[in-house]
Design a protein around this ligand. Structure first.
Ligand code: PAN
Ligand code: ZN
Length: 192
C-alpha cells in the first residue's frame, strides 16, 4: 500500500522530533541490563527511579521498504562504574542495518556479533555510525551532558532485547580516572 509523504521537525539541540511518539526508559526498565545489579537494586530501593533515556519515534507500518526514524536522548550518569546506556538489541530481521547520526554529547556505540565479537565507536555531534546487519548495538553516554542522536532503520527490523537481557554485551563501558574504559563483561559467555 502506498504511504503518504510526511514532514517532521527535528530540534538538533534538544533532540525532540515532531510529530512523534515518545518512550521513557527508567532504571526500573534497565535493572537487568546494568552489570552492577546490586547498585541498581539499591538505588531503586532508596525510592529513586532515574530516567535513563527517552526515544522519539516516527514509525511506519512494518512493510518492506519502509523506514522508521527517530531520536534518542540518553542522560548522563552511572550505575556503579557503568555509564548510562540504552538496553541494546539485535534486529530480529537479520538483514536490517541502521544509521546513527550524533547530534550532541559524547558517546560510545558498542557493537557485537552474535558470537560476542566486540567493536566500539566514539560518537558525538557530526559523527555517523553505520550499524551493519547482524550486529547488536547499544549507545553509552560517556560525557557530562545529554547524548543525542538520530536513527534510521527498516521498519520491519524488529528488536531482540531478550538476548541482551540474558547475557549482556561482551564489553562494559565504565568510568576510570575521569574518562571511560571498555572492559570485559564477566557475565558474558562466548558462543561459537
Ligand atoms: C534505536 C534504539 C534506541 C533505544 O532506535 O531503539 O536508541 O535503544 P534500545 O532500543 O536499545 O532501548 C535503534 O537502534 N533502533 O533499531
Ligand atoms: Zn537498532
Amino acid at each position: 500500500m502506498a504511504t503518504d509523504p510526511k514532514h517532521l521537525s527535528l530540534d538538533f539541540a534538544k533532540g525532540t522530533l515532531v510529530p512523534s511518539t515518545s518512550t521513557t526508559r527508567t532504571l526500573k526498565d534497565l535493572q537487568d541490563f546494568f552489570a552492577d545489579t546490586q547498585t541498581a537494586q539499591a538505588v531503586l530501593k532508596s525510592g529513586s527511579n532515574p530516567i535513563i533515556y527517552e526515544v522519539f519515534e516516527s514509525l511506519q507500518p512494518p512493510d518492506p521498504g519502509n523506514l522508521d526514524i527517530g531520536t534518542t536522548i540518553l542522560y548522563p550518569g552511572r550505575i556503579g562504574s557503568e555509564f548510562y546506556m540504552t538496553k541494546g538489541h539485535y534486529h530480529i530481521k537479520e538483514d536490517s542495518s541502521e544509521i546513527y547520526v550524533g547530534l550532541a554529547g559524547d558517546g560510545v556505540i558498542l557493537l557485537q556479533s552474535r558470537s560476542g565479537n566486540p567493536r566500539w565507536i566514539r560518537m558525538g555531534a557530526g559523527d555517523i555510525v553505520v550499524v551493519p546487519h547482524k550486529w547488536g548495538h547499544r549507545a553509552v553516554n560517556v560525557g557530562q551532558g545529554r547524548l543525542i542522536f538520530f536513527f534510521i532503520y527498516p521498519a520491519e527490523a524488529g528488536h531482540d532485547y531478550e538476548s541482551i537481557q540474558k547475557q549482556g554485551f561482551s564489553k562494559l563501558v565504565v568510568e576510570k580516572n575521569n574518562t571511560f574504559e571498555v572492559v570485559d563483561n564477566p557475565r558474558f559467555t562466548r558462543k561459537g
